[in-house]
Design a protein around this ligand. Structure first.
Ligand code: FPP
Length: 261
């Protein structure tokens, strides 16, 4: 993806002591970064605030992550915003999150236009409130022609359900005679996942220190490098993003093979 180096340098001016843009190899930034945004509730509770305030603060961190990804020249940024298990949260919190998704999307459309960002969604949107679905559809329609970075929002997403859905589709196509069982391979399955057409993530960032995948992109993360930080999501800044990229660049990715250089 093209990046504007002058804008990038300006964006990363005033570096903290431990990290700066020069620490990053700009020829080897990951193509697709995915984030499990965790710790909104604890961020709020640590300040004596309602959990909802953590989600609201999380919107600012998400906006910064989108801008950072565009500045770095990523092809794709995906984030886990709401899992199929998150419906178990108190109804008030679920309602707030659905409302926040809708209002944020409308508020951020100018940013998506300005930065040429194309939106897509991962997950089963049918179960979402009508208003949220309408706004999501508007976001899809209005950014469909954008040619820059893809921003994928995982909402009502669960990886096991996604894989089961793909398997069901394949079974239906085989039963209908439009797909031969001998053509059911990894590509056939991958092309029926919500992420079809997106490269697998190179780097997965999880905030708030938890060491689990929480039913997120189980298929797509097969060879992804993980970066876990204790920072709560609302505090995750452009500098934390850079720290994650520097850590990623220090890894030797072998994809099951041997080191070649
Ligand atoms: C995890 O924190 C966060 C979520 C379940 C929701 C993610 C939502 C946002 C970042 C708000 C903005 C997003 C969009 C798309 C507008 P948690 O509540 O699980 O925190 P905890 O583990 O400390 O309880």
């Amino acid at each position: 993806m093209q990046r504007d180096e002058a804008k990038l340098r300006e964006y990363y001016a005033a570096a903290p002591a431990d990290i700066c843009l020069a620490d990053v190899d700009l020829d080897r930034v990951p193509s697709h970064v995915s984030i499990i945004m965790d710790g909104n509730g604890r961020w709020a509770q640590a300040r004596g605030l309602d959990r909802s305030r953590g989600h609201v603060a999380g919107v600012d961190a998400l906006r910064e992550a989108v801008t950072t990804s565009v500045r770095l020249g990523l092809d794709a940024l995906s984030v886990y915003a709401f899992s199929t298990e998150n419906w178990r949260r108190p109804q008030r919190e679920v309602d707030l999150l659905m409302h926040l998704f809708a209002t944020t999307l409308v508020n951020e459309l100018p940013l998506f236009h300005q930065e040429n960002v194309r939106l897509r969604f991962l997950g089963d949107l049918d179960a979402l409130p009508e208003k949220t679905r309408q706004v999501f559809q508007r976001g899809l329609d209005e950014t469909a022609d954008h040619t820059g970075m893809t921003f994928a929002l995982a909402v009502n997403y669960g990886s096991r359900a996604e894989i089961a859905r793909a398997a069901r589709q394949i079974a239906q196509e085989v039963a209908a005679g439009s797909l031969d069982p001998s053509d059911v391979d990894e590509d056939a399955l991958a092309s029926r996942l919500y992420t079809a057409g997106l490269p697998d993530p190179d780097l997965l960032i999880r905030t708030s220190g938890e060491l689990r995948l929480s039913n997120y992109l189980l298929w797509q993360l097969a060879y992804t490098e993980f970066y876990v930080t204790p920072t709560f999501w609302p505090d995750f800044s452009r500098w934390d993003f850079l720290r994650a990229v520097v850590s990623y660049q220090s890894r030797s990715r072998r994809f099951g093979g041997v080191v070649t250089s």
